[in-house]
Design a protein around this ligand. Structure first.
Ligand code: URA
Ligand code: CA
Length: 434
């Protein structure tokens, strides 16, 4: 087999066999197939696509490029959750302790942020002392003892995906349905979960810009899950505006703690109840989603979920008192709001642009490996359709550099659209695919 012939085959619309896909993934992982050939193939796949069988084979070949985590010694049905990537997606920080407090073990490997999307691992690092680099043994031990662990993806799992993702990132081949589906599902399968709940983002701030392509991505991932015996449910959710009100690492940790205290933004709470109740059903802790939602609400009211978050923080070496005292999180030196001159309604909060403003303040990285500023970011005054009273903040900027703060405020004034008349809110949960 020659890589040249395989690139040509896909370029001309051919369909790969399992052996051909294994040859490609093995060769690329070991370095025998150079980046330039793999980049050409990724572009051919971008244009020609792959059928479901090819996508399943690609997923499994990527799983086999590394180790599989064996969680069978942990009692209970392990349910993993994954989002396809959005702006200010604070859900994992809420969901993990919330679901764990209801008895479903959460073993979550997460990534760092790149570009305008943030990563759970970066956010967690704003909790003083908290360790995110756990060995696989420590990780499993914590899930066994506390029912929860969140750690940084290790080198040992799906090295092929890691290498391919880095290449796609610089060759404009990220937003291909078979490549995204196999990338995400290979990591979930290697991480050992019995069941998977997926949050497929659609809209201005997501990889999938329209509902038909989001639906297709959701269907492909659900099909991959089914074909390898992992129950998988996907929710398609709106990413035209950021999730919740906070964008930025420590600001989002604070937002998550507020939700766990029973406060916080209603959209974030609703999404957590939707995804969380599906996790309880799959995990065998609720007979249907109604009962699941009831249990989750009880865990919020009784503060059981907040206590689980504290337990998780302590177990990973962090400062547990942050759940009571948000001032223990990194604080920005400068803070300035754009105030409403009169009563207005929020008409557009473009997720990607807002994510980029936060990134330029230092909350995200433009290139891999860059250091980020955990304290900076934005807090919105409301969601699309909300009224902002005269003199109240439309948005507040948190910065550690006065110049960057000025630039951010100007950019926000240019991209946030206001209306003098009321508008309907944007729907959040669009469809379920199972
Ligand atoms: N997230 C992933 O892990 N992989 C992709 O390809 C896209 C989003
Ligand atoms: Ca948020």
């Amino acid at each position: 087999m020659r890589m040249y012939d395989l690139i040509k085959k896909k370029r001309d619309g051919g369909v790969f066999s399992r052996q051909e896909i294994e040859f490609i993934v093995k060769g690329f992982t070991s370095g025998e197939i150079p980046d330039y050939q793999m980049a050409a193939l990724a572009m051919a796949i971008y244009f020609q696509g792959m059928n479901i069988e090819e996508t399943v084979n690609l997923t499994l070949a990527m799983v086999d490029s590394g180790v599989r985590l064996d969680l069978s010694s942990i009692p209970g049905i392990k349910v993993d959750k994954h989002s396809t990537g959005g702006v200010a997606d604070t859900t994992t920080l809420v969901l993990a302790p919330l679901v764990a407090s209801c008895g479903v073990p959460v073993a979550k490997l997460s990534g760092r942020g790149l570009g305008h999307t943030g990563g759970t691992i970066d956010k967690l690092e704003s909790i003083p002392g908290l360790k995110v680099e756990l060995s696989l043994e420590e990780f499993k031990e914590n899930v066994k003892r506390y029912g929860i662990a969140i750690a940084s993806q290790t080198e040992e799992l799906t090295p092929a995906d890691k290498k391919l993702y880095a290449l796609r990132d610089v060759t404009a081949t990220v937003d291909s349905i078979p490549l995204i589906a196999s990338s995400i599902m290979s990591k979930k399968i290697a991480a050992g979960a019995d069941a998977i709940v997926l949050d497929v983002k659609v809209g201005q701030g997501a990889f999938m810009k329209d509902l038909p392509s989001a639906r297709k991505l959701a269907q492909v991932m659900v099909e991959i899950g089914r074909s390898v015996g992992r129950r998988t449910i996907a929710y398609i959710t709106n990413m035209d505006q950021p999730l919740g009100l906070a964008i930025g690492n420590s600001l989002e940790v604070a937002e998550a703690i507020q939700v766990l205290r029973g406060e916080g933004s209603q959209d974030l709470i609703n999404l957590c109840l939707e995804l969380g109740s599906a996790m309880l059903v799959l995990g065998g802790k609720a007979k249907d989603k109604e009962e699941g939602k009831k249990k989750l609400k009880e865990a919020l009211v009784s503060r059981k979920a907040l206590e689980k978050f504290r337990e998780f923080i302590l177990a990973q070496g962090g400062e547990g008192r942050v759940v009571e005292d948000l001032n223990l999180l990194p604080q920005a030196r400068f803070k300035e709001s754009w105030l409403a001159k009169e009563e207005v309604y929020l008409a557009e909060l473009p997720a990607e642009r807002l994510g980029q403003v936060a990134m330029k303040l230092g909350a995200g990285r433009e290139k891999k490996g860059e250091k980020i500023d955990l304290a900076v970011g934005l807090v919105l005054g409301g969601k699309v359709g909300d009224r902002i009273d005269k003199g109240k903040p439309i948005v507040t900027v948190y910065a550690n550099d006065e110049n960057r703060l000025k630039v951010a405020l100007e950019e926000l004034k240019a991209c946030i659209k206001l209306s003098s008349t009321p508008l309907p809110p944007l729907p959040l949960i669009l469809e379920e695919v199972s």
